[in-house]
Design a protein around this ligand. Structure first.
Ligand SMILES: [Mg+2]
Length: 217
C-alpha cells in the first residue's frame, strides 16, 4: 500500500463510471505499435519534441481498438497506463480515443521503478483490488499483481490480429464477477490465456437474456 501521505494515482470515478470495475490498458504493443523509422502506411504520424528537435513517430493501430474501447467503456472505467513518456502518449491516446472513453491516463512518472523496469503497481490506483484488471503485453508491468492481469500477445503490425476482440469477450464477463482475481487465477497460466479454461468460463453460467424485460415499446 502507498504511504499514508502518498496520494492515489486516480481521482474519483467519473459520473458515468461510478460502480464500474476499472480496466487498465497498456498502450505500446497492446493498442498500438510505434517506431521512429518511417513505415509505408502509418495510421498516425505524431510529431514529438525530443531534445529540442521535432521527430515524427510512425504509428500503427491494432485492429479493433476503437470498437474495443467503445465496448469496454460500457462495462468498465477505462484507464490508460503506459510506461512511455506523456509527451508521446498523451496526444496519441487523444487520437485513438476521440470519444474520450478513457477516464484517466497514466504515464511513465506513475510507474514504480523496480528491478530495472517500469512496473505498474495497481495498489496505487485507489480502487479495490477485486475490481481492477490490467491488459498488458508485458508481464514485467504487472509483476506485483499478476492475479489482476489479463495478458495479451504483443502486437506489431499483423492486420489479421483479433486479440482485442477475444480479450473483450472475457472482459465482458469478468466485469460482473465479485472478485476478478478468482477467475484470472483459473484461466491464465504462464502469462497466457489457457484456451480450454477460457472456453469453459465463457460457456459456463451464461446469463439468460431471454427473460429480460424489453424496453417499453
Ligand atoms: Mg506494452
Amino acid at each position: 500500500m502507498p504511504r499514508e501521505e502518498e496520494p492515489y494515482l486516480l481521482g474519483p470515478q467519473r459520473r458515468e463510471d461510478v460502480g464500474k470495475k476499472t480496466l487498465v490498458l497498456d498502450l505500446d504493443e497492446t493498442l498500438v505499435h510505434s517506431s521512429f523509422k518511417p513505415i509505408d502506411n502509418p495510421d498516425i504520424i505524431l510529431p514529438v519534441e525530443i531534445e529540442g528537435n521535432i521527430c515524427n513517430i510512425f504509428i500503427l493501430v491494432r485492429p479493433g481498438v476503437s470498437s474495443f474501447l467503445k465496448r469496454m467503456h460500457k462495462h468498465y472505467e477505462l484507464v490508460i497506463f503506459t510506461a512511455s513518456l506523456s509527451k508521446y502518449a498523451d496526444p496519441l491516446v487523444d487520437i485513438i480515443d476521440p470519444e474520450r472513453f478513457c477516464s484517466y491516463k497514466l504515464f511513465r512518472e506513475h510507474c514504480t521503478w523496480l528491478s530495472n523496469a517500469y512496473v505498474k503497481d495497481m495498489t496505487r490506483l485507489g480502487r479495490k483490488m477485486t475490481d481492477i484488471i490490467i491488459v498488458d503485453n508485458s508481464p514485467v508491468a504487472y509483476m506485483l499483481q499478476p492475479e489482476n492481469a489479463m495478458p495479451i500477445v504483443s502486437w506489431y503490425d499483423d492486420p489479421s490480429d483479433r486479440q482485442l476482440s477475444r480479450t473483450g469477450n472475457l472482459l465482458e464477463r469478468l466485469a460482473y464477477e465479485p472478485d476478478v482475481r478468482r477467475i484470472i487465477r483459473k484461466i491464465i497460466s504462464n502469462n497466457e490465456i489457457d484456451p480450454r479454461s477460457e472456453q469453459i468460463y465463457l460457456h459456463s453460467g451464461k446469463r439468460d437474456h431471454s427473460q429480460r424485460v424489453p424496453p417499453h415499446t
